[in-house]
Write a protein that binds this ligand. Structure first.
Ligand code: 48F
Length: 257
């Protein structure tokens, strides 16, 4: 059979169109495909929820590929090993409670398992705003990342979600959008974004899980974004907190939905 270029194009356009249309209304919309977003997506999908994830970059995985300073090994502490097991990610004990895993294997496994569990991922799409009705986040405003990068004047599209999760890492992008339009109304000690503190790995790891919560009606925050919002410290290339945060937000939402 001779391969036809137009049929190849038609297959891609029709299948993508179908995938996007099917995800315009969803239970949970996650922003950011770092470790916390991927883990949240996996557990929500596994719980039978409809869940979609938008990632600004072409590549999935956020800050996990690069390990520490591009040494692509990550450290995971004992408490989070069950999550590595859940995804089939191999690890080795380094010393006491410190374990290491290959950053590439970790991202690839989180992604593959999450997608197989039912998470739909759209890469190269940036979330540029939220939908509000009027006091609750009810969805996302999305656009192609290249449109954003080129500064083109192109209107976005929208996705309706029962809940949104900000898993955008240090940027804490979605919380910033909500904060700007609703000053003083975030679920933090000041009502606003407190900002990330200097590095303190031990404290940061426990804070990450604690700061994972509903930060505004309809909007949850997870992973590094949770610490950046609530004033927790940064932790560097130890990833247990990110994994535990993703599982926590998924469990809370799965119960609510
Ligand atoms: O930063 P990131 O990996 O988030 P995380 O899950 O994990 C943090 C760790 O990687 C690391 C750390 C040690 O544990 O401190 O930093 O909290 O991934 C965040 C993802 O969100 C995407 C961004 O490209 C990245 O892949 N992102 C950010 N803003 C947007 C976005 C946006 N507006 N729309 C779509 N994606």
């Amino acid at each position: 059979m001779a391969l036809d270029e137009i049929l190849i194009s038609r297959a891609i356009i029709e299948r993508y169109h179908q995938k996007l249309t099917e995800n315009l209304e969803t239970d949970v919309a996650i922003v950011g495909a770092g470790p916390s977003g991927l883990v949240a997506g996996y557990f929500l999908a596994k719980a039978g929820k409809k869940v979609v994830l938008f990632e600004r970059k072409l590549s999935i995985g956020g800050g996990m590929w690069g390990g520490g300073m591009l040494f692509n090994e990550i450290v995971v502490q004992y408490e989070a090993l069950a999550i590595l097991d859940e995804f089939g990610i191999r690890y080795r004990q380094y010393q006491d409670d410190y374990y290491t895993a290959d950053g590439v294997e970790a991202v690839a496994s989180l992604t593959a398992e999450a997608v197989r569990a039912g998470l739909t991922i759209f890469n190269c799409i940036s979330v540029e705003d939220v939908m509000m009705r009027p006091d609750r986040v009810e969805g996302l405003v999305i656009n192609w990342s290249p449109v954003e990068m080129a500064g083109l004047h192109v209107d976005p599209l929208t996705v309706r979600a029962s809940y949104v999760i900000d898993a955008t890492g240090h940027d804490t992008d979605v919380v910033q959008m909500v904060d700007k339009k609703n000053p003083g109304r975030l679920n933090t000690s000041t009502g606003g974004i407190i900002g990330q503190k200097a590095m303190w790995a031990d404290r940061a790891e426990s804070d990450t899980t604690e700061n994972t919560k509903e930060i505004f009606p309809g909007l949850y925050v997870a992973g590094m974004a949770a610490n950046a919002t609530a004033g927790g410290p940064r932790m560097g290339p130890i990833f247990g907190g990110m994994l535990l945060s993703g599982r926590k937000v998924a469990r809370e939402l799965a119960e609510k939905l």
